[in-house]
Design a protein. Structure first.
Ligand code: PEP
Length: 250
């Protein structure tokens, strides 16, 4: 089946009211490929501002994180129900910055993913290896272990609400993009794993995004690969070239 191309913009801890309004204005005014599903993920404080400013078709707002408990004494956290209550239907989970800087384990990420899906919020679920793991020939094993922790918590139907983002840690924010072959190889391995461990349908239908120093120049070649179904973009999502990335296939 044809998988709809998907582009996510992860603003990370960047932006002000003014700059986020300006990015959203840029998207509203741009001619965007109507065959692409887009989400932008500003910091939590600006989710509602971005939503209220957004008029572009096929663009939605996503959180960058969510907690797996429904409510209560969890200072600093935001629940799935609160996202829904604020009109937010997407979240990124398991970004490598949260795994490495904030100590989120595969199991924590899987629990959050399950909670989001059960609460009706779709997830851009991130995985990927460190440079040391790649150099040690462990890339596929690391990604498979991350997938296995997720698959242990989610059921077959839950995969409809998951978009996988393969983001090699050594390529994030470094300007060092994976080669087209390196990216395709891991995407293919992920799809094979889904086929073997989940189902043919989930393997066919799940979008697998590449993330790691994607920009307006390298996006077109990456987008041509058969298992690359879009991008998760950090730095370049704050710049006008984000539009070129969304329009990679035009
Ligand atoms: C990211 O943060 O998900 C990312 C891919 O960042 P960058 O595009 O800046 O490498």
């Amino acid at each position: 089946m044809a998988r709809k191309f998907f582009v996510g913009g992860n603003f990370k801890m960047n932006g002000t009211k003014e700059s986020i309004k300006s990015i959203v204005k840029g998207l509203n005014e741009a001619k965007l490929d109507s065959n692409v599903e887009v989400v932008i993920a500003p910091p939590a404080l600006y989710l509602q501002l971005a939503s209220s400013e957004l008029t572009a078709a096929n663009v939605e707002v996503s959180a960058q994180n969510v907690y797996d408990k429904p409510n209560g004494a969890y200072t600093g956290e935001i629940s799935v129900a609160q996202l829904k209550d604020s009109g937010i239907h997407w979240t990124i989970l398991g970004h490598s910055e949260r795994r490495t800087i904030l100590g989120e384990t595969d199991d924590v990420v899987a629990a959050k993913t399950k909670a989001a899906i059960d609460g009706g919020v779709s997830v851009v679920w991130c995985c990927g290896e460190s440079l040391e793991e790649r150099e040690g020939g462990r890339t596929v094993a690391v990604v498979e272990a991350q997938l296995a922790a997720l698959a242990a918590k989610v059921s077959g139907a839950d995969w409809n609400k998951i978009v996988v983002a393969y983001e090699p840690i050594w390529a994030i924010g470094t300007g060092k993009v994976a080669t087209v072959q390196q990216a395709q190889e891991v995407h293919e391995a992920i799809r094979k794993w889904l086929k073997a461990k989940v189902s043919d349908a989930v393997a066919d239908e799940t979008r697998i995004l590449y993330g790691g120093s994607v920009n307006g120049k390298n996006c077109k070649d990456l987008a041509k690969e058969k298992d690359i179904d879009g991008f998760l973009v950090g730095g370049a999502s704050l710049k006008p070239e984000f539009i070129d990335i969304i329009n990679s296939n035009l």
